[in-house]
Write a protein that binds this ligand. Sequence first.
Ligand SMILES: C[S@@+](CC[C@H](N)C(=O)[O-])C[C@H]1O[C@@H](n2cnc3c(N)ncnc32)[C@H](O)[C@@H]1O
Length: 454
Amino acid sequence: MLPDVLQCPRCERGALRHEPAGYICTRCSAGYPVIGGMPWLFHDPQGAAGEWRARLALLLGELHGDAVATRAALAAPDLQAATRERLARVADALEDHGRRLTTLLAPLQVHAGDADRDALRALRTRLPVSQALTTYYVNIHRDWAWGDAENRATLDLLDSAAGESLAGARVLVLGAGAGRLAHDLHLRHAPALTVATDLNPMLLSVAREMYAGRALELYEFPLAPRGAREHAILRTLRAPAAADERLQIVAADAMRAPFRPGAFDVVVTPWFIDIVEEPFPRLAAHINSLVAPGGRWLNVGSVAFGFMNMQRALQYGLDEVLAIVRDAGFSPPEVREAVLPYMQSPASRHARLESTVAWSTRKLADVPRPASRGLPDWFVDPNRPVPLHTDLQAHARATRIHAFVMSLIDGRRNLNDIARVLVEQRLMKPEDALPAVRTFMLKMQEDATRRTNL
Ligand SMILES: C[S@@+](CC[C@H](N)C(=O)[O-])C[C@H]1O[C@@H](n2cnc3c(N)ncnc32)[C@H](O)[C@@H]1O
């Protein structure tokens, strides 16, 4: 059933054949593994697995470091008994959380202490930096632990815009996250096929467990805990009902979606269009290519485009968004708006209300599929030299200076000493050196203690 809608994300032409070990392109022979029971259909599957592995290794290191620091705080004199109890509980929870994530993501084959954290941190990753392993961790608990109210509100708003049932349709949910909306749609409408796709393996692994009807225990760390016991809560996640085999999970990048053109009668984008690192006109054209002639695009979520904060032209308002949808070959969208509860954890004093927009629109015409952001030759073929263009040269020099200044910190030199070395090395003028070193050192001290977004 799934192979019927799949297409090779590398050559973007060939069909994918299901083999015992994974999927194979019938045209270019590219192979794709199944990881943790999920077709792993990234354009560069090994690269994507390596990046998520690195992120998980970093996260496990951070959790361990946090637990150690929290336990060390217990040594302070004069702690209230309640503070002591809270710190001990949180430290235990952080360690246990690391173990649980390691188990959940075991198919990625990462173990605490596996990698050099500093090297991983320095080399970072190629996946969008805004899409960290835990960026949407809280969604997991909203989806599967806090009860139905919030989830039902989103589903009802989407349904009110959709108007008609999805029964018998082939449905694709892009950016499905931990998978609740895809599950709810599947249960309510009985489509012929629902594919929940996302690039985050942690969220998809939770979805996999839920769809299979298994219970899963994971910690919630509320933003504003109501009381000491709510700083870390071990929650049991469970779907209201297991899903049938027509609800499938695919790990993939929506912008290199491994699906053949027009494979779906309905594409759903829940809380997705304004967080994906892609200008909305490109995303809309891409969605057009996935929808069958006469099929529909259903959207629900915010219209915020906040992460595009360096590019104001891309921070579209709703009117602009609707015009872009029409330009992308769709009918004028049927829009519904409602203020919905959003991330209202019962354990947190912090909760949001979101003015949420849903629309339904029908595909009227094909528009050209935007060209994929191709990977450079030297990336694909590791035997090719990495080109050294002027910007990179300048960046390399800046990085070397950065490393040199950091190497001057030996626990003995003061700011004047460090500034003097920079002047002697002709890296800075005497009048500039001390102010620059002062600001730089402060920033480095802050960076060293800041938790990275993993
Ligand atoms: C705001 S969350 C919404 C998740 C889910 N739809 C929900 O309502 O809880 C956005 C989701 O998009 C996913 N995502 C971001 N960029 C993506 C991309 N290029 N391809 C696929 N998924 C992506 C994230 O991993 C995340 O799960």
